[in-house]
Design a protein around this ligand. Sequence first.
Ligand code: PLP
Length: 390
Amino acid sequence: MSVNPYKHHFYLDDNITFLNFGSFGAIPKPVMEVYHAFQMEQECNPVQFITNHGQQYLKTSKKALADYIHCDPMDIVMVTNPSYAVNTIAKSLKLQAGDEILTTNLEYGACDKTWQFVCQNIGATYRRQTISLPLVDAESFVAELFAGVNAKTKLIFISHITSTTALILPVEKVIEKAKSLQIDVFVDGAHVPGHIPLDITKLGATYYTGACHKWMMAPKGSSFMYVEKSRQSQIFPLIVSWGYKAMFPSESVFLDWHTMNGTRDFTAFLCIPAALDFMKNYSWDQAGLLSREMVRNNAQNFASILNSSCLAPLTDEFVGQMLSVEIKTQQPELLYKTLIEKYRIEIPVMRHDDKVYIRYSINGFNEQKDLDTLFDALKDIISKGTLIEI
Ligand SMILES: Cc1ncc(COP(=O)(O)O)c(C=O)c1O
């Protein structure tokens, strides 16, 4: 019987050491129950739910989310996932041949692909500025990124928390500098809601997207896209449907365009208040603090065993509830498979350009023994001398 006070709130398999909350989160039982209840209500009268009651619930849910991330609910729309928001914005910008989108070499691969697709079709450039690792401080980061700015730079696209390297980037300082140069900034905050504090209004990004189904623990397929008011008329719907030139327009064309886009199950979006309640009722802030402590206390040991080093100073500025360490392996896919199949550890082993990173995520239900299990498994694999090079 586990002594962890949070574990029983999740459905997670007791036979697996779960160290990958970062990819898709996991829903706590009270949130799952609310999700099922919405789906049941929907099936009692799908027409009334989709056209009437569900829309009211959606408004309530969006208001709760907007309060949580500190923005006007009129400036956010619910989307299934961050890639949806990146596609919507990238495909709306009126880029011209020769224009440039500036980014880092630490971005999420699917977002890189979106920008490369859009830029290639137009003859624009997606400039991936190389950032030196380990990060030293915010100033050096900003200097390296802005060395890529030139007269053609139309937008900076940057992760708030990176995926493969699990680093919190100094987006506040990036936005401050970009504003002084009149360059718009699009922040990919997929990992941010429920992980680190977010005040969108204070941050001042032009565009922001975040996933509610990772660290906020809402059902999968619930994310948001924020667009600053002055840009809303230029961001077109990815799916053109009844919201375009709506017969019965609401008070906002932006909301119509991005909300009325055909039949879909939007019950995941409605569970945001339940997810926020869960975090409040179970002191999730405290669980986050303990998780961060565990992440850092173990960081050096993992870096040492892998003959590597931490990718940033181990402070709140750069490290949250995930930690990545570079791992030298020619077979990352086989290493992942070995960890899950032989050692029953769920942990991502990810390629990024010419490097491979292993990333552990820690949340309230994790315990030190989970990281000990990982440590022992890596030691065992290293001792065999085939999959990991030291
Ligand atoms: C940094 C970052 N951006 C964007 C995404 C895109 O998420 P999705 O595939 O759900 O759209 C992810 C997913 O993990 C991510 O880690």
